[in-house]
Design a protein around this ligand. Structure first.
Ligand code: SAM
Ligand code: SF4
Length: 343
C-alpha cells in the first residue's frame, strides 16, 4: 500500500491566533492546507482527547490510500509505504500571537497593525506541560516560531526552556529588529537556526517594504548572530520578492552585496503569497528569470541558496512545475533529517 502523508499529518501541531490549532502551516497550495484540529478551545482546560481524535481521523483517511483533500498539491506530501499512525507530536509550529516590531506590507497584519499588536495571546507553555503529562509530546522534535515576532512574545524563553529539556531543534523566524541573547546562545550550541526576512537591498526599499526604519539595526543584528553561529547555515537571510516593490535585479544585487559584507552563508528566496496565490496560473517570465539569475549569482559566491515554501510551490507544482527546483527546498539539515527522513 502506498500512503500519501507528511510529517505534519503524523506528528504535527500548529498553534495559531484566536485559539485555533491546526495540523501544519501550509496554506498556499490548491488543497489549501489549514486542517483544523481544535477551535475556540479553553487554554486552561486544554482538550487533548478531541485533538487526538481529529488527528486519528486524518490518519485514517491516509490509511485508506487517499489524499486528505486539504493536502492536494502540497510540496510536503510524499509517498510512503508505511504509515505511522499518530504517534506523538514532535513538529510544533508556534504562531499563536501577532505582535511584531516590523510592519511588512505583505503581512496580513499590516492592514491594522495597532489592533494586531494589542491582541493578547493564549499561553502555550501550560499546554505543552499538559501534553507532557498526557505523554503526547515527543522528544527530539522540531519547533518553529513563525509569527508574530519571537522577540515580542513574553513566554518565548519559557517555551524554549521546556523544549530544550526535550532536545528540540528550534527554528526562529524573526524580523531581526531586536537581538535575542537566548537565540544567539542556541546558535552557538547549534540547536537553533534563525531566518531573517530582509526583503530589500537598499535602505529606501527596506523602509518601503517593512514600513519601519530598522535597516541598519537589522544588518547589525544579522552580523552579531553570524558571529555566534557554530555552523554556516544557522543564520539564514531571506528575500521575499514582492512584484512592484523589490523585483529588480539591481535591488537584489545590492541585497547580495550586503549579504557578502555581513558574512551571510545562507540565502533564502521567496515570493509574496499575495502575488502568487491569485496569479498561480499567470506568473510573469520576469519572476522566473529573477529566481534563476539570483540562484546563479548566489551559488557562484559559494553561499547556500534555497527556496521558501510558497516559492517552492510556485516552482515545483502545477502549471510551471520544474523538478529542477526540488533540490533547493529550504531546510537547515536538522529539519530535513528530523522531518523528511523520520516520518
Ligand atoms: C509571518 S512572519 C513572522 C515572523 C517574524 N516576525 C518575521 O518577521 O519573520 C514568518 C515568515 O513568513 C513570511 N511571510 C509573511 N507573509 C508572507 C507573504 N505574504 N508571502 C510570503 N512569505 C510571507 C515572512 O517573510 C517570514 O519569513
Ligand atoms: S501534506 Fe501539506 S497540507 Fe497536508 S498536512 Fe502535510 S504539510 Fe499540511
Amino acid at each position: 500500500m502506498n500512503y500519501k502523508s507528511c510529517g505534519f499529518i503524523n506528528h504535527g501541531m500548529e498553534f495559531r491566533p484566536d485559539k485555533e490549532i491546526t495540523v501544519c502551516s501550509q496554506v498556499s497550495h490548491i488543497g489549501g492546507g489549514n486542517i483544523v484540529l481544535l477551535k475556540d478551545f479553553n487554554p486552561k482546560a486544554f482538550d487533548i482527547e478531541t485533538l487526538i481524535k481529529k488527528k486519528k481521523e486524518i490518519a485514517d483517511c491516509v490509511k485508506n490510500g487517499a489524499i486528505y483533500p486539504n493536502c492536494i498539491g502540497c510540496t510536503d506530501l510524499k509517498d510512503w509505504n508505511e504509515l505511522r499512525e499518530l504517534s506523538k507530536i514532535k513538529l510544533l509550529m508556534i504562531q499563536h500571537w501577532t505582535k511584531c516590531n516590523s510592519n511588512c506590507i505583505y503581512c496580513y497584519t499590516a492592514k491594522n497593525k495597532k489592533y494586531y499588536n494589542s491582541l493578547k495571546p493564549y499561553e502555550i507553555s501550560p499546554i505543552l506541560k499538559k501534553m507532557l503529562e498526557y505523554n503526547v509530546l515527543d522528544k527530539d522534535g522540531i519547533a518553529n516560531f513563525s509569527g508574530g515576532e519571537f522577540t515580542c512574545l513574553k513566554e518565548a524563553n519559557k517555551i524554549i526552556d521546556i523544549l530544550s529539556k526535550l532536545n528540540y531543534f528550534i527554528i526562529v523566524n524573526s524580523s531581526g529588529v531586536v537581538y535575542s541573547k537566548k537565540l544567539a546562545e542556541r546558535l552557538t550550541k547549534g540547536n537553533s537556526c534563525v531566518v531573517i526576512s530582509v526583503d530589500a537591498g537598499s535602505e529606501a526599499t527596506h523602509k518601503l517594504v517593512k514600513q519601519v526604519k530598522t535597516y541598519k539595526r537589522v544588518w547589525t543584528n544579522i552580523q552579531k548572530y553570524i558571529k555566534k553561529q557554530s555552523k554556516d547555515d544557522l543564520v539564514n537571510v531571506k528575500y521575499i520578492i514582492i512584484p512592484g516593490y523589490n523585483d529588480s535585479e539591481e535591488e537584489i544585487d545590492i541585497f547580495i552585496e550586503n549579504c557578502i559584507n555581513a558574512g551571510v552563508k545562507s540565502i533564502v528566496l521567496g515570493i509574496d503569497a499575495n502575488y502568487f496565490e491569485p496569479n498561480r496560473e499567470n506568473i510573469s517570465d520576469h519572476i522566473f528569470k529573477l529566481f534563476h539569475s539570483t540562484r546563479e549569482k548566489v551559488e557562484k559566491l559559494n553561499i547556500k541558496f534555497t527556496i521558501a515554501n510558497r516559492a517552492l510551490t510556485m516552482l515545483t507544482i502545477g502549471k510551471y512545475a520544474d523538478p529542477f527546483w526540488e533540490k533547493y527546498r529550504y531546510d537547515d539539515g536538522v529539519y530535513a533529517d528530523r522531518y523528511f527522513n523520520n516520518l
